[in-house]
Design a protein around this ligand. Structure first.
Ligand SMILES: [Zn+2]
Length: 480
């Protein structure tokens, strides 16, 4: 009996140990199996607030974005992302807003080297006495390399992930952008007058055609485009010629359009029409056109811009600084025009910080229309992200945090005094945020800025090289 009991007790203990061991083995296997069933990704980026800018304008509290092969594969709460994905690297979202990178729809990147060279001057003396002579003297491949690197540094630091450029030596421009890691559309500048490297239209247009035809981006991040300067510096005949070629090549075109009253006068005198109507006659109005400024569109022209799905880029700082005027942005939005935001070049801004353009765009139209409800924060942020991406023809690629889009995203620190308290993320981003709040910039899944540190460029050398070039420019200015 004793033995039996002993045996029974022994058996019971044995069974207990067996069950326990089986349990441990099973739970270990379950954990292992669930780890195995988790999808491997390259990177998970978290955010206290994830401002997706998706169709529903969803803001996820304590959320994250999972990234694989440069694409967004998951956008959800931290918990759900952790249950579905395992990553090689994670970036904390503590005290951080995570949102899509900003789209700067109009820039002349290398012109950062002319930042502050001549300010507070009327447009024509500014161009003729300073910009054109200094461009003729200094703009060469080395100027482009030094200037574009400085511009990329400023953009990466302040959260721009995509920009549209319009300038000279587009192949040099592209090389720097590729190495810095940003996404860009590069418009090869063409103009009827002598410009750096060119005598006039024929050679500048031939070079632009060659660039658009031959340029192949290694990363897929850089797109070649045409950039006829404007309807008052490129003849109607040349605009039509460019339009035919661009259409055949299915290439984007970007142009300054309806910027000043002086331009309206020239177009009226030469062609007895208005700038947008002239472009329509020359066959340029389409969804491949990125039209910049539009300070003076007529009602009829606004309807045409909407009908032809032209992307329009608003540059509030540049328009004020050059005294061009204020673009009727709220009216264009009401009429269904696709609108993005831009800084323009640093010579007429003087920064490439999109947060300043965002804040100004939200403020000036309220003052002009005497209506505090126009251009609400969310609308302006749309223009700087998803709508800006659509305006430049990249709406399917970037602009919001949605599965399938390329992973272009930024984090902003929200622990500082000027970001506290936080009731509404859109208001905070538009009216309170500064470019220096950006701590992380990621393009195509690659980290370009982490905790405020540059990973794709040498910041000290970039500043040093820019100052060296500026010393030469300053010496030339002093000699005049
Ligand atoms: Zn411009």
């Amino acid at each position: 009996m004793k033995i039996k009991i002993k045996t029974a007790n022994g058996l019971l203990s044995y069974v207990r140990v067996l069950v326990l061991s089986l349990g441990i083995i099973l739970s270990t296997q379950i954990i292992a199996a669930s780890a195995q069933s988790k999808k491997p990704v390259d990177l998970i980026v978290h955010g206290r607030y994830v401002v997706t800018m998706n169709d529903a304008r969803q803001v996820i509290e304590n959320g994250a974005v999972a990234i694989r092969d440069g694409a967004i594969v998951g956008v959800d709460t931290d918990r759900r992302i952790a249950a579905e994905f395992s990553a090689n690297k994670e970036i904390s979202g503590k005290n951080r807003i995570l949102m899509p990178g900003l789209i700067n729809g109009h820039n002349h990147a290398a012109m950062v080297l002319f930042r502050g060279m001549a300010d507070d001057l009327p447009l024509m003396p500014w161009l003729k006495k300073y910009i054109f002579p200094m461009e003729a003297r200094f703009v060469d491949p080395e100027f482009i390399r030094v200037g574009v690197r400085l511009a990329c540094m400023e953009m990466i630091r302040s959260g721009t992930t995509t920009f549209v450029d319009m300038y000279f030596y587009p192949n040099e421009d592209a090389k720097v952008i590729e190495s810095c890691g940003l996404r860009a559309i590069i418009g090869a500048a063409t103009i009827d007058y002598p410009s750096p490297g060119f005598k006039g239209w024929d050679d500048s247009f031939a070079a632009a055609v060659k660039f658009v035809k031959n340029y192949k981006s290694k990363s897929g991040r850089v797109i070649a485009a045409f950039a006829p300067h404007s309807p008052y510096t490129v003849s109607a005949q040349h605009l039509a010629e460019l339009s035919r070629v661009a259409k055949k090549m299915d290439a984007p075109v970007t142009i300054h359009l309806s910027e000043t009253r002086a331009e309206l006068g020239i177009i009226e005198k030469r062609y007895h029409t208005t700038p947008v109507l002239l472009l329509k006659t020359q066959g340029l109005l389409s969804n491949k056109l990125i039209a910049v400024h539009l300070v003076y569109p007529t009602e009829e022209e606004i309807k045409l811009l909407a009908k032809y799905k032209v992307g329009v880029i608003h540059n509030p700082t540049s328009n004020l600084k050059t005294a061009a005027g204020v673009s009727p942005v709220p009216e264009m939005l009401r009429q269904g025009v696709t609108m993005g935001l831009g800084t323009d070049g640093a010579a007429s801004n003087n920064n490439l910080n999109m947060w300043r353009a965002i804040r100004l765009a939200a403020l000036i139209h309220k003052g002009v229309e005497h209506d505090a409800t126009v251009m609400p924060a969310e609308t302006v942020l749309d223009m700087a992200t998803r709508e800006g991406a659509k305006a430049i023809g990249l709406g399917k690629v970037t602009g919001d945090l949605v599965v399938g889009k390329r992973a272009d995203l930024i984090q902003l620190d929200i622990s500082s005094a000027h970001m506290t308290p936080l009731y509404n993320v859109y208001s905070q981003l538009v009216y309170a945020a500064a470019g220096s709040d950006v701590v992380t910039t990621i393009v195509d899944g690659h980290i370009l800025l982490e905790n405020g540190k540059f990973l794709t460029l040498d910041a000290d050398k970039t500043i040093r090289d820019a100052n060296k070039m500026a010393a030469k420019i300053a010496a030339a200015l002093a000699q005049r």
